[in-house]
Design a protein around this ligand. Structure first.
Ligand code: 5GP
Length: 207
């Protein structure tokens, strides 16, 4: 029997979660992390200001536009996008470190961000989260009270555009009941980890 073939795939997987602002991506990621505490979370760099109780190094790395540009030039940003007047980017080193030591990682990215990630890492799994309706999304954005009405409107406008351009994702989940959504995302993660091609050479274990 070969000693070199493992039952487990060696690298952790990247699960990118996209969807309109206010759809609940952050909450879904938090719930998945409760179930899988070892699952990593990519903390992005952004040029936008902290919102509500957000903390630097926990929710985002809040940086100036100049600092953001410097990180990009230094090759520290794996992908980035502009969203409603601010830049958001994925730091390369922590993400690669986590996956290389076998940890799965959740990323919260714009649609373009998910597509860019998939282009760089074809094995990344992309999940698009939809609201039950635009009315529900609007109520959630207004309800969280972290942006003024003008910004809510810009985010809603962006949401319409995003929903129309979301083909190309591996999965779509409608976030109606949170527990149901989390169950579906968890099912996607489990199924993806069991895909045959991620265990190439496994049959040699039985020779
Ligand atoms: P928010 O300002 O609501 O925290 O985030 C705005 C948008 O930026 C969300 O759609 C979120 O998914 C996206 N985002 C957050 N971090 C990144 C990142 O590192 N890269 C990309 N492409 N999008 C991000």
């Amino acid at each position: 029997m070969s000693e070199t073939v493992s039952f487990e795939s060696m690298h952790g997987l990247m699960f990118s979660v996209s969807g309109p602002s206010g759809v609940g991506k952050g909450t879904i990621i938090k719930e998945i992390k409760k179930i899988y505490p070892d699952c990593g979370h990519s903390i992005s760099v952004t040029t936008r200001r902290p919102r509500g109780t957000e903390k630097d190094g926990v929710d985002y790395y809040f940086r100036s536009a100049t600092e953001f540009e410097k990180l990009c030039i230094e090759g520290e940003i794996l992908e980035f996008d502009e969203y409603v007047g601010n830049f958001y980017g994925t730091p390369a080193t922590p993400l690669l470190k986590m996956t290389e030591c076998g940890r799965d990682v959740l990323l919260d990215l714009t649609i373009a961000g998910s597509m860019a990630l998939k282009k760089k890492f074809s094995q990344a799994v992309t999940i698009f989260i939809l609201p039950p309706s635009l009315e529900v999304l609007e109520n959630r954005l207004v309800g969280r009270g972290t942006e003024d009405r003008e910004l809510v409107n810009r985010r809603l406008e962006k949401a319409r555009e995003e929903i129309l351009n979301a083909n190309g994702f591996d999965y779509v989940v409608i976030n109606d009941e949170l527990s149901d959504t989390v169950r579906k995302v968890e099912a996607i993660m489990i199924a993806e980890k069991c895909r045959y091609f991620r265990h190439s050479g496994i049959e040699k274990k039985f020779i």
